[in-house]
Design a protein around this ligand. Structure first.
Ligand code: NAD
Length: 248
């Protein structure tokens, strides 16, 4: 029960890594606020112990501020929301770039503006609080083909994480970034299905993983729980790779 007595908010918790993280944090004793844009997806989590659900669009500062005003101070914030844009710089429109930047990076700035004051209050009274930002191995960690907007914005997440960590390190608020390899989630299945040759696309995703398989969400959640718990109390400002050896 490493998250006992902790209140943790997770964005994009309707499916994939976010939903699995909500369940794992609740199983570790946290009171979880699982948020997502899609109320239908959240319905599956609503009846589970220690999880409450709230609809939240992380591109809407007004909605974020209203939620922050309505909730108790948080001990942990997992900014999980993000989107994959497929293509090189040659196909990247301003609209696609701005959307990727908004959802992958600016959303985290918005969430931190709203929730860091409460996290700092908990850090002061309880001695610790933590932010976890979702990055990727496709970032400043490594370049991948057709990931211009994705890799650049996920690299920005690492820079944002280090800056936040530096600003609040002396006040017991930690901030780390999670950098997964290729994870079998609904959005990955969508990318595979929409490829010209889905069978080959799945083989290609597996081929870039040296362990010979995709990650499952359960390969990620122990690290999520650890980075939000006091077990990682001396870890801050780090880009933590859970990539099955891609970047060895
Ligand atoms: P997913 O893409 O399957 O699900 C995304 C969720 O985000 C959905 O529930 C959707 O409703 C929600 N969402 C979309 N727009 C939103 C918004 N504006 N506000 C709030 N919620 C919104 O999830 P995933 O594949 O588990 O990816 C989650 C995160 O992990 C993303 O940031 C992604 O970039 C990152 N990531 C994924 C992989 C992978 O291989 N799946 C690898 C590395 C990093």
């Amino acid at each position: 029960m490493v998250l006992k007595n902790k209140t943790i908010l997770i964005t994009a918790a309707g499916q994939g890594i976010g939903a699995a993280s909500a369940r794992a944090c609740a199983a570790a004793g946290a009171q979880v606020i699982a948020t997502d844009l899609d109320a239908g997806l959240l319905a599956a989590l609503g009846d589970e112990p220690n999880i409450q659900t709230r609809v939240l669009d992380v591109t809407d500062q007004g909605a974020i501020d209203a939620l922050a005003a309505d909730l108790p101070d948080l001990d942990g914030l997992f900014n999980c929301a993000g989107v994959v844009h497929h293509g090189t710089v040659l196909e990247l429109t301003d609209a696609d770039w701005n959307f990727a930047l908004d959802l992958n990076v600016t959303s985290m700035v918005r969430m931190c503006r709203a929730f860091v004051p409460g996290l700092l209050r908990r850090a002061k009274s309880e001695g610790s609080a933590a932010i976890l930002n979702m990055s990727s191995m496709a970032s400043s960690e490594k370049g991948f083909i057709n990931r211009t907007a994705y890799g650049a914005t996920k690299a920005a997440v690492i820079g944002l994480t280090k800056a936040i960590a530096a600003d609040f390190v002396a006040r017991n608020l930690r901030c780390n970034a999670l950098c997964p390899g290729t994870v079998d989630t609904p959005s990955l299945r969508g990318r595979i299905a929409s490829a010209p040759d889905p069978v080959q696309a799945e083989k290609d995703f597996i081929a870039r993983q040296p362990m010979g398989r995709l990650a499952t969400v359960d390969d990620l959640t122990p690290t999520v729980v650890h980075l939000l718990s006091d077990g990682s109390r001396f870890v801050t400002g780090q880009a933590v790779l859970v990539d099955g050896g891609v970047t060895i």
